[in-house]
Design a binder for this molecule. Sequence first.
Ligand code: KIV
Length: 259
Amino acid sequence: MKNNSKIKKIIQMKGQEQLACLTSYTGNVAKIVDKHCDIILVGDSVATAHYGMASTKQINIDTMIMHAKSVVKQSKKSLVVVDMPFGSYLNKKTAFQNAKKIMLTGCDAVKLEGGLKIANIIKHLIKKGIPVLGHIGLLPQHIKSGFHVYGNNEKEKRNLIFDALALERSGVFAIVLECINKNLALQISTMVSVPTIGIGSSVNCDGQVLVIDDILGMSNFKAKFVKKYTNISKQIDKSVKKYCYEVKKKMFPNSKYTY
Ligand code: KIV
């Protein structure tokens, strides 16, 4: 199994240190994220964050592979996980063929959305030596009725517990909990032996993940769980405005930038 030591380290961090995870879609960004984060996720959120697609369902495997290659090139320390896009893991055979293609980018693991229903597919990938990060709760690839917090009623709570247990049994090294009620997030995190990584699921998880464009103020996505750490859009706007002004006034390029 590739990079077993990186995976082992992530598992061992449970209960010792919170896991910090962010998405990256390009090498330039990954180079910075790699210095600080434990896990870099090449998320299929690239579909909505960078391509203006309406849903993550629209991204294909070839595009995911291009982004994965760019990120892997600039990442040394962090564990790089790549999302398997919608439709790429319908059965054991196609899941393995596609996961193998993704792993050839040099990444460390793949992420699949779903619990009990796809546990047999995940188990198959792991048996074949492909490390898998699980993902339960809100599943953007399967979203039907819009955004809501999962686990607020008994049926959802029971199903999510079954999902988490099925993923643990199948051998995932960690589980993303997306938009799960904070009490249930605590229950699941206590129950399973592998780390849980929350997004909109409270501090009761073993780590956190967010979409980098959201924390940098590069996207229009608004949710209670997103904290904007800066406003890069404003900084880009200021620089572009100044550049255009200087070009129009023939202030750029001056002698400093001229051969
Ligand atoms: O695609 C993605 O960025 C994700 C995270 C939001 C967990 O799956």
